[in-house]
Design a protein around this ligand. Structure first.
Ligand SMILES: [Zn+2]
Length: 450
């Protein structure tokens, strides 16, 4: 005890001296004390923030059914392994974020069952640390919003307000109402003519996919300020309704507490969150969704149970006819995919051939612009089966003929997962807008907006 006290005193004194001199303390430098007293008067405790120190990303490739069955079981059993997708088929490559305390275990399994694999990242926290440095302070002047940094919800909303003040004839701020935790779900409408057909862009339904809201603000800005005559024409001939962040509670949570949070923040006893993109009332919870609230793809207690889902549904129902919404685009990351309905079944939508053709044209346009490969196809065929998605609902229930879900950068074997470096915001957002413009132009040629 005496020895400990000497050691503790030795630590506490320099720390207090640093605090007194105004030196910023690293979190976690406060020594714990045996008597329950923190011994750190005046020193703030570390923030309540999830950390991913020494978490690894493995990319595994399945070569036989035994390995697939093993990994399906593993996903069910462990909440220390974050699967980015599900084990499904031979030849499939799957990324898995492995908690630091499971690395030895996991490596042993790979060895034992002879799985082909690569380690993509050895310390995931480094990616997050780098990413958090790319966030501008919440109280920055919103007109300084750019596409070289990431921004808090508050800044994005203030930016929309200030842009509406700057472009009062063309930009209107919209409000769908509040989220589960009382945050507004705000968007904008860019319009030059009330008679135009409308394109609806939904973004940020998955909280950690920060590139999606960034791409949405980029598109709004381009529609208002671009000097490109082709962009100006699309801004004049169509009305654009863009909601950059339809999951504001989750988005805020990723800045404040856990960069990897995906769902909304609804409480279910001991855990939180519904995957809002599994909650829509269209073949709800029939495929690729979970009934377990602890899971990342929890479909919710019932179809359309969540306030955020209801807000979008009410908005679309009220406006699909009035605003003539003919196109619905949902922005996500990552994997570089341009996908159309259905997500819940391999059956084909009635305009499958058109959507396939537009998607392929959009992929080709991106390839020509940046050299990046984006795969196109139905969501079921392209990424993995999933039900209760907003796109399926928009197409089947709301009757919007042109509906896509984009997975933006990075590639399927990305070392960053959802933590895309800020330097990639501009090229990624530009790819998204190029794809949308290509799809809209191609659909116009086929008479979808007559
Ligand atoms: Zn997503």
């Amino acid at each position: 005890m005496l020895t400990w006290q000497i050691v503790a005193l030795g630590l506490v004194i320099p720390i207090l001296a640093m605090a007194a001199s105004g030196t910023k303390l690293e979190s976690g430098t406060c020594p714990a004390a045996a008597d329950g007293d923190s011994g750190c008067v005046g020193i703030p405790p570390p923030p309540d923030q999830a950390r991913y120190d020494n978490y690894r990303i493995y990319n595994v490739e399945f070569e036989n059914e035994e390995q697939i069955a093993l990994f399906q079981k593993l996903e069910d059993q462990s909440d220390s392994l974050t699967f980015i997708g599900h084990a499904r088929e031979i030849g499939q490559k799957l990324s898995i974020l492995v908690a630091a305390h499971r690395v030895a275990d996991f490596a042993d399994l790979l060895e034992t069952y002879k799985l082909k694999h690569r380690v993509l990242t050895y310390n995931f926290q480094e990616k997050i640390d780098r990413n958090l440095k790319e966030v501008q302070p919440e109280d920055i002047d919103a007109l300084q919003l750019d596409w070289q940094h990431f921004f808090h919800l508050k800044t994005i909303y203030e930016w929309m307000d200030k842009m509406a003040a700057k472009y009062p004839d063309r930009l209107t701020v919209l409000d769908m109402g509040t989220s589960t935790q009382g945050n507004a779900i705000k968007g904008v409408k860019v319009s030059s003519n009330p008679k135009n057909k409308a394109i609806f862009i939904e973004s940020g339904i998955h909280a950690r996919e920060w590139i999606a809201p960034a791409a949405a603000t980029y598109i709004i800005n381009e529609l208002l300020t671009s000097q490109d005559p082709q962009v100006q024409r699309l801004a004049q001939e169509f009305n654009w309704i863009v909601f950059p962040c339809v999951n504001p509670d989750g988005y805020k949570y990723t800045f404040e507490h856990d960069r990897m949070w995906r769902k909304n923040r609804q409480l279910f006893g001991t855990c939180r969150g519904v995957d809002l993109n599994r909650n829509y009332p269209d073949h709800w919870n029939s495929a690729g969704a979970s009934s377990d609230p602890t899971r990342y793809d929890f479909a919710g207690p019932s179809a359309g149970s969540e306030l955020e889902t209801q807000r979008v549904i009410e908005f679309i129902r009220a406006n699909v006819g009035k605003e003539q919404i003919k196109t619905y685009i949902a922005l996500h990351s990552y994997s570089q995919m341009l996908m159309f309905p259905y997500g819940y079944t391999k059956e084909r939508v009635s305009n499958y051939d058109d959507l396939q053709e537009f998607g392929k044209k959009a992929s080709a346009a991106i390839k020509a612009e940046s050299g990046r490969d984006y795969v196109s196809g139905s969501l079921y065929e392209t990424i993995y089966p999933s039900s209760g998605g907003s796109m399926d609902w928009a197409h089947s229930e709301a009757g919007i003929p042109i509906a896509y879900t984009f997975e933006l950068r990075g590639p399927p074997d990305s070392q960053d997962l959802f933590i895309l470096p800020a330097v990639e915001i501009l090229p990624t957002a530009s790819e998204a807008f190029t794809a949308i413009r290509t799809i809209v132009n191609a659909a116009a040629e086929k008479g979808y907006y007559k």
